[in-house]
Ligand binder design. Structure first.
Ligand SMILES: [Fe+2]
Length: 316
């Protein structure tokens, strides 16, 4: 008698199939070897995603500060209420809390290319911790090498944290690129002392990202990274999605704060990414049970939609 067809698909099978169908195998290989990868615009930014993200980021900054940044000629401090802070900062000025500002940010979060890469690193229950835009003008202070895992060494080998960065302007040395130490995610520790210096007396192994606007950089939270100074006029603009496993406390608190219309117009996975599957902290036993029940509703919807079984559930 013939055996029944094998139909079980593990989560790792599932994400590998997504990676293959999206043409991402080589980028996953880079990510696993170097701790970071740069995916080109023709794959990472379908339908002019990066151009629309740039306009939306400029709109947000204009709404919040009254000044529209000029990526071609402007300086970050043109669009901040605290200019001295932005001028002295190695990262420039930041617009945070973007997800609910414009549907294009929802699209950026749901981009299948981003999702395949961050799922490879952090699993199907990965959560967005924050989404922000960085506007970096000419600078005199390099951004020291660090990890984003933000735990004391030794760091766990599995990624607890990862980041997707949409480059909205061209990245180059003169444009103040992010730099990475290839392979440093495998060292499972934070840089210390002179190791944190970028092209100064210390670490000179830092490799700058040189890539066109529209590219997507994805990196493991353990990978040592920083940035070199921007020498060119104008602004380096990028959108950063910090993604974490659900046991990590998020920077932004979206639990119960995403409008129903936003949830309704997106797949069930969006709710998981936007923290609706998290129960959150409580001060009362009754609240805990209600919070868990609410989170479970979104988890169940995602499991029905995807066939995925999320690995950890609250049992209370
Ligand atoms: Fe960082």
């Amino acid at each position: 008698m013939a055996e029944a067809a094998h139909t079980f698909e593990s989560d790792s099978d599932r994400v590998w199939n997504e990676i293959c169908s999206l043409g991402l195998k080589t980028y996953v290989a880079d990510l696993d070897t170097d701790g970071y990868t740069v995916i080109p615009p023709e794959i990472a930014s379908p339908a002019g995603l990066s151009e629309r993200l740039l306009e939306a980021c400029l709109d947000v900054m204009e709404r919040r500060t009254g000044v529209r940044p000029d990526p071609g000629a402007g300086h970050a401090d043109l669009a901040t209420p605290t200019p001295a802070r932005a001028r002295n900062s190695p990262v420039g000025n930041t617009a945070s809390m973007l997800l609910l500002e414009d549907p294009v940010f929802e699209e950026a979060l749901m981009n299948p290319v981003l999702l395949a890469m961050v799922t490879h690193l952090c699993g199907y229950n990965v959560v967005m911790s924050s989404m922000s835009c960085s506007f970096k003008g000419p600078s005199k202070t390099t951004f020291r090498l660090h990890t984003d895992t933000r735990l004391p060494s030794p760091l766990p080998t599995q990624a607890l944290v990862c980041k997707g960065m949409y480059l909205l302007t061209d990245y180059s040395r003169d444009n103040g690129a992010t730099v990475f130490i290839p392979g440093s995610h495998k060292w499972c520790r934070n840089p210390v002392g002179d190791e944190t210096l970028v092209r100064e007396a210390g670490n000179d192994r830092a490799v700058p990202v040189e890539a066109a606007a529209g590219s997507l950089v994805v990196f493991h939270g353990n990978t040592w990274h920083g940035a070199i100074n921007r020498l060119a006029p104008g602004l380096r603009v990028s959108v950063h999605a910090l993604m974490v496993r659900p046991i990590i406390r998020t920077r932004e608190d979206l639990i119960g704060r995403v409008p129903q219309e936003v949830l309704d117009r997106n797949p069930a996975r969006f709710a998981i990414l936007a923290q609706q599957g998290l129960a959150g902290g409580t001060t009362a036993l009754g609240d805990m049970a209600a919070n868990v029940a609410r989170a479970q509703k979104y988890i169940s919807a995602f499991e029905r939609e995807s066939g995925v079984t999320l690995p950890v559930k609250d049992s209370s």
